[in-house]
Design a protein. Sequence first.
Length: 166
Amino acid sequence: MRTQTLCRALVILLLSSSSLFAYVPHFSQVTSNLYRGGRPQKGDFDWLRSRGIRTVVSLEIKSTVASEAKAVKEAGMKFYSMPMSVYKAPSNKEMDTVLDWITDPDLQPVFVHCKHGEDRSGLVIGVYRVEEMDWDPESAHREMLQKGFHTEYLPLEDFFWKRVGN
């Protein structure tokens, strides 16, 4: 009887802890100081912080930025935003800025995301792999595709190849 009561209490405790069951779409580790994924929900920011992440970089459109910035700061992390579209290539300056953020030791570990964690974040990580980790462009592009990058978003696809060569 006592064991049953303890088990029920444990189940209730676990189910009531939203940060324990946080789910960030397509969340994955890129390096020891860099993670990527899709848009976190409000309860996910505490989960990200519990994983040691210190900075969140959003690539989403401006309409989602204000509420996310507030949630990130409430969770005790830093927030940076570089809105990108899947229909328009970022500028080289915008990409350079994002790369500066994700490689800054004072901001690491960093979590970079877009809505689904596939296209805009895939582009950023693909460029990062080539320019910062010396991957060959084909290997970086192959990983982009494996992580869900959609080549039909031609502005992003073209930007990748123009930026990294080939």
